[in-house]
Every structure is written in C-alpha cells, then in structure tokens.
Ligand binder design. Structure first.
Ligand code: SF4
Length: 760
C-alpha cells in the first residue's frame, strides 16, 4: 500500500505546556534526544524519498503536514526550504497538499503572507471557548493562550488569507460544556473542525467524571452533533462525516474511525521514520520503526510490521471487534487506544463511547435532512454468475458492461448525495432542482450523472480536495435542466469566463462574468449573465461537446477531465477534431472486424474519449482513471491500429475498476511488490490491472499475427510470454480472494490456447 500522507516534524519543542499533549506528557520520551529543528539534509532526503515513492507508485496527490512540537518555532526559512524541496521532487502529475498544524500563538501576518506565497494551508488547535481552552492549553507559567489563538484565527478569516484557513482541531474534554464549545468554534466560521478524543489506553484510561454516565464522550459528541445538524452543518466535522459515510457503505475519513488502511508516516526532526504520533501514548518507543530517511525507502517503511498491522483492516482487529455490529464504522477506534497488557489486540478503551456514538448517529440519520435524490443501492443491480465468468476471462459483452455501468451510476448518485450531505448547505437551489427533475425527468438527470467525470469530481470533493468547489453541483443542475427542457432555471458559476454545462459543452463568456442564469426550454436554452446579456446554443461562443463516432463523445471541454495521469489537450481545432474522428472510425472498424468479442463490450461502455497532449519524446500515452467509468484518455497516435490497441487496453482498466467497486479481488492490505511486464515492481492491485489489460493486448496481437506481418507475430509472441508469466505470478501471489482466483483462472483459460498457437 503506498504512503500518501506525511507528518513532517520541523521543530521538536513547543512554546505551550498543554497537559494533555501526547508528545511531551505521555509515555514516549523520544523528543528529549532529538534536534530542535529539522536539518536541511533531512528535508532534502525526505523530499527525494517522497518524490521517488510518488513516481514509482503513480501517486496523483500527497499530503504533507508540517508539524511539531510547535512548527512555527522552526522559522520561515525552514518552511520556504521544505515547500521548495517537496515541490521540486514530486512528479509533475502529483499534487502537493501542504499544510501546517500550529497552536497559533506565533501566527503573525508575516507568516500568513509566507504561507500564501508557498501555498501552505493552516490548521489551528483550539479546544473551544476561553474556559475550555484554558483548561489545558496554557503557557508553562500558567498564562492563557486563548487571546493569541483568537488573533491568529482572526487573521486567517481576513479575506486575503481566508483560502489558507484549513480548520480547527479540538481535543474533547467532557468537563467542558459541549454547547459552549460548539458555539465558540462555529463563531470562527471554520471550513472544518476535527474533534479528537484525548489519547488514552487500557493502562491509562480516559477521565470519566463521576455522575457523567457510562458513555460521557459519546454523549458530549452527540450534543455537539445535534447543534451542528440544527445549524445545517455549517462546516465539515470529520468524525460525523466519517460515520455518515461508513453507514452508507463509503470508506471512512479518519484513522480514528473505520476500516480504511492507514497510509500515513511521521518523520521526526532527526530523520527517523515513526508510525502515528498517537502511539506515543502507549509506551516509550512505541511509534519507532528503527528506520530513517537516509537508509530506508518509503516502500520499506510501508512494509514495517507496525505499519502493516495498522493497514490490515478487519483482520487486524480483536475477536470482539470483528464480531461487533458497528465495526465497519468504528474499525476498533484509533490503534493507540487499543493498547493494554502489552498488546493492541483489544477493542478501543473508548469502545462503549464509540458504540454509543455510532448507534446515536445511525438513529439520527433517519431524522436529518435527506438528500433529495432517492437513496440508491450502492452496488446497484447484480452480475450473474455467467457475467462474472465472462469478465474473468477478460471479456464482457454489452449486457454485462451495461450492468457495470448501471452499478457505477448508482455509486455516483450515492457519492453525490454524500457530497451534498456534507456540504453544510442549509438549502441548495441546484440540489433541489436535481431532485425535482429526478422525479419527473430521470433520464435527463441520469444522462448528466453518468458522465465519467461527475464521479471523479465527487471523489475529489469527498476526499476534501479544496480545488473541487461546490459550483459543479450547479453546473450539473443546469445541464440537467437544459436536457429536461421544461423551462427550469438555475444559477451556475462562470469560471474564468467560461460557463460549463457538463455533457453538453461550454460557453466562453470572457472575463468579468461570475454567474449565469441558465434556463432550459423546449426550444433550446439560454444563459443570462449578471450584466443582462443573453446567450444560447446558437451563440458563436458556444463550444458544444462533439462526437468522435459510435455515439461516443470527444471530451475536450469538461473542466473535470484533468484526472488522468497525463496532461489533457485544450479544446481541439476543427482540423484536429476531424483527424481524430477519422482515425477513430478506422480504429473502430478494425476492432469490429478483428476483435469483435472485445469491441461489443467497448461500444456498450465507452462514453468519452479525452484527448491527451502528445509527449515530447513521441511515445504513446493513454490512461484510464479509477474514478471515471466510461472514459479513456489518449494522445492521438500516428495510426488507427495503435489507436485501436490503446482503446481496448484502457477499457480493460475501466471494466476492472468497475468490478473492483463491487467485488474484493485481492487483499488490499498486501504490501508486497510484484515485478511483471518488464515494469518497476508494483503492488498486487497494479499487477491485477496489468494482467487484465494485457489479456486484451495479447488477443489484439493474436488476431494480427496469423497471416500477418513479422512485427505483428513478434509482438504476439512477446505479449503472450509476458502475460503467461504474469498470470502465474498473480495466481501464486497468495493475495487473491475466491473471486480474484476465479479471475486468475479465467486469465489462464484465455492464455493457454495462445501458448499452443504456432506463429512462426
Ligand atoms: S465499538 Fe468497540 S467492539 Fe465495536 S468495533 Fe469499536 S472498539 Fe471494537
């Protein structure tokens, strides 16, 4: 499993003396022997390690949190250096989400200006109102830190720095009034609040004040939840959002709740890698890995037994947790909180509270504001045994692919409902219009929601990507209104002068326009801008989405299409588009003639081809994105034969991705790397994908080898040998589930006849 989150300690001391701090006040004393400030050599080596890891694992985003002690004690130079080194080391396609978590005491204007320049977002620790915050968060001489923290948050709320404001971190103390804490935090208009349970273990249980009942932490959080819900969820709360998501079958959002494998590592100021900071609460040395940035790669860290234990999901939990009805939402709580009697093989010391909290939130889910779109079954309609068999051998006819498409649409709908549910909007005109259209014109809504990049946007939004703004919801509503043609109107954003109507096209309005009122009528649609100008589909500035052939869209206008590994092309000129369409027609005919058993499923499931930029070195480039069912992205190659090959190759990834949303094929906690197809070693999921894609590649060259040219015969011989080896590697990996084994058997059944073929 790749590591995508890094906590980088830039300073190992703190200017506050909070008595609940796990770094200085709990069992681990490692901080005493560490350098105060991270050294340049550590920063440089870590940046290289992260860059290598991102490139090898094909990561498209990593998050680095600059932490401490108190990170701002490290001084501006360290921040400038860390940001520069990290940005320079990461591959172009990998985004850096850089943050700092501070107590806020030293956050002055100059720091905010620096963070603005370096693109560093800021999270601040604050436990509530003054009385709550003063209970623990004081200077060593007993002075309150509350005024300084409020001043810091005030700076972040100023319009010029607002975009840097990442949120507040509040450690729960049940002695504080939850309503007062909620009000104090909500007044600061944070984009997000994290409520953290104070670190505790079975050896050192949490405070439970007399008379506070058996689940005081759950009661406290449920009171906060009530206020938050009544206020229309004005900001994200990871604890609540995580439980809501897991209750609907989605992955959790937090290491503290849910069964998602942990993909985070901590780097101390001396360059040693550690596991989660929270383990400092268990015993002296608990977070240690014995590894450091100079001698060990991140793949080695990911393979550390402690990391593996935190990534092992259900299998890594105690028998009591595995049998627990809320285990999918709870996940046994934070790993550190399970410690007792020398092991972590126990439920959380907060077990009773976690159970009561999850049950309480589940019970309230029936009374909270429902998403207007009808709730859907996450998995959607089922695959028959025959259809699964068809997919296992690498194929999948039109009806099978349509089942996958329906299931993907159901998943997208669920994700959109979760986006809206976590948006914090008390009322959303766009969402209400979508709900209304869904009741009367469901085909119009389905046509928009089935667009591949709608789910990609929803996934970015749900992962907390700040670049995935909510305006897309209004664009979707506007596109559905236009498709429905009932005369509905909705305001949609105009981004950098462009109004986007997903699945339809875009209207280039130019600078200065921020919003347009889109009306979808029987005789066409109009967009009225704030200045009063009206445009529509007949306007020369309208750039409709074009078709490349077979009813498949040429997607060169959708603003969400940049989810592929490679840079996408801008809108194609008419001449470029005609070249594309010509090559596509030829490629499609070739597939129909030579590879009909793959082509039939391809035409049933492929909905968009996204042009990519050509590489400077002339190599072919193509991609499928896990969150974009139905789309393949390709840089137009030099001939139709290669285009045909890239289409079937990438669509294999699309199909397998949709299968993986329904079926477990392999152990996702398996951290081993496998070498196949002459590529750098990859995890089991990538091996599975590579095998599946190369079944189509080998079949493609197989049809061209017989009676074909020498190069075609050579390619067939080459790919069947590599695919044969890779199928063995997959089958013998020991990581496959029963369904995964069926796929490996299916692959073997496809490969064996090729091995018997004589090709000269
Ligand atoms: S509620 Fe308790 S038993 Fe259930 S999963 Fe959580 S910690 Fe384990």
């Amino acid at each position: 499993m790749p590591i995508t989150q890094f906590v980088l300690k830039v300073h190992s001391r703190c200017d506050l003396a909070c008595d609940h701090c796990y770094v200085y006040e709990h069992a681990d004393t490692g901080w005493r022997s560490r350098p105060r400030v991270v050294a340049e050599a550590v920063l440089a080596r870590l940046a290289e390690r992260i860059g290598e890891h991102a490139a090898e694992r094909g990561l498209t985003a990593v998050r680095v949190v600059l932490h401490g002690g108190e990170p701002l004690l490290a001084g501006p130079k360290v921040f400038r250096r860390a940001a520069g080194l990290l940005r320079a080391a990461l591959p172009e396609v990998c985004e850096l989400d850089l943050r700092v978590h501070t107590n806020g005491v030293r956050l002055e204007e100059a720091y905010c200006e620096l963070f603005d320049e370096l693109g560093i977002r800021v999270g601040i620790s604050l436990d509530g109102d003054r009385a709550a915050n003063d209970r623990h968060r004081r200077f060593a001489d007993g002075r309150s830190s509350h005024p300084q923290v409020l001043r810091a948050v005030g700076l972040l709320r100023e319009p010029r720095f607002r975009h840097l404001y990442a949120g507040l971190l509040c450690t729960v103390d049940v002695a504080n009034d939850p309503v007062a804490v909620y009000r104090a935090l909500a007044e600061l208009e944070p984009p997000a609040v994290d409520f953290l349970l104070p670190h505790a273990t079975w050896e050192r249980p949490p405070e439970r004040p007399p008379g506070a009942g058996t689940t005081p932490y759950a009661d406290w959080l449920l009171t906060v939840h009530e206020r938050w819900e009544a206020a229309g969820r004005p900001f994200a709360v990871r604890t609540f959002d995580s439980v809501h998501r897991t209750l609907s079958g989605l992955p959790g959002l937090s290491e503290a709740l849910g069964l998602e494998p942990v993909d985070l590592v901590v780097l101390e100021t001396d360059g040693t890698y550690e596991q989660a900071d929270s383990l400092k609460t268990a015993y002296d040395g608990a977070p240690g890995t014995g590894m450091d940035v100079f001698r060990h790669s991140l793949d080695e860290v990911a393979g550390h037994p402690g990391m593996a234990a935190r990534q092992s999901g259900l299998d890594g939990l105690s028998a009591e947790c595995r049998a627990c009805p809320v285990v999918r939402s709870c996940g046994g709580g934070l790993y550190a909180h399970r410690y007792g009697g020398g092991s972590f093989d126990r439920p959380s010391v907060y077990c009773a509270d976690l159970r009561a909290l999850i049950d309480g939130l589940a019970a309230r889910a029936g009374t909270v504001r429902r998403a207007p779109a009808p709730p859907v079954d996450l998995a959607g309609p089922g695959l028959t045994d025959e259809q699964l068999e068809e997919l296992a051998v690498g194929l999948g006819g039109p009806e099978t692919v349509r089942v996958l498409a329906r299931s993907q649409l159901a998943l997208t709908r669920t994700m959109l409902a979760a986006v809206h549910g976590s948006s914090g909007l008390a009322r959303s005109e766009a969402w209400e219009l979508l709900a209304e259209l869904d009741a009367v014109e469901p085909a119009a809504v389905d046509a928009v929601f089935a667009h591949p990049y709608v789910r990609a946007w929803a996934a970015r939004r749900l992962s907390g990507d700040p670049g995935a703004g909510l305006g897309t919801l209004a664009e979707l509503a506007a596109a559905a209104a236009v498709r429905a043609g009932r005369g509905d109107s909705v305001a949609a954003p105009v981004r950098e002068g462009v109004l986007h109507l997903p699945t339809l096209g875009r209207l280039v309005l130019g600078g200065g326009v921020r919003e347009a009122l889109v009306t979808g009528g029987r005789d066409g649609w109009t967009a009225r801008t704030d200045g009063g100008a009206v445009a529509g589909s007949g306007d020369p500035r309208w750039q409709p989405r074009r078709k490349v052939g077979r009813g498949i869209a040429m997607e060169d206008v959708d603003p969400q299409r940049g989810v592929h590994r490679w840079p996408v092309e801008e809108r194609l000129s008419d001449a470029e588009y005609l070249n594309w369409a010509g090559d596509f027609r030829e490629a499609a005919d070739l597939l129909d003639r030579d590879l009909p058993e793959y082509a039939a499923g391809l035409w049933a499931g492929l909905s968009a081809v996204t042009p990519l930029r050509r590489r400077a070195d002339g190599r072919d480039v193509s991609s499928a994105a896990r969150q974009a069912f139905g789309a393949v992205a390709i840089a137009r190659p030099g001939n139709a034969e290669t285009l045909a090959l890239l289409l079937v190759h990438e669509f294999q990834h699309v199909k397998l991705g949709a299968v993986l949303d329904r079926e477990e094929l392999y152990d996702r906690g398996d951290t081993r790397l496998f070498e196949a197809f002459g590529l750098t070693p990859r995890p089991i999921g990538s091996l599975f994908q590579a095998v599946y894609a190369h079944l189509a590649v080998t079949a493609f060259w197989g049809t061209r080898a017989h009676g074909g040219t020498e190069p075609a015969r050579a390619r067939f011989a080459h790919w069947r040998a590599l695919t044969d080896e890779a199928v063995d590697l997959l089958a013998d990996s020991g990581a496959l589930t029963p369904v995964g084994k069926r796929f490996a058997d299916g692959a073997r059944a496809s490969v064996d006849p090729w091995l018997r073929a004589t090709v000269g």
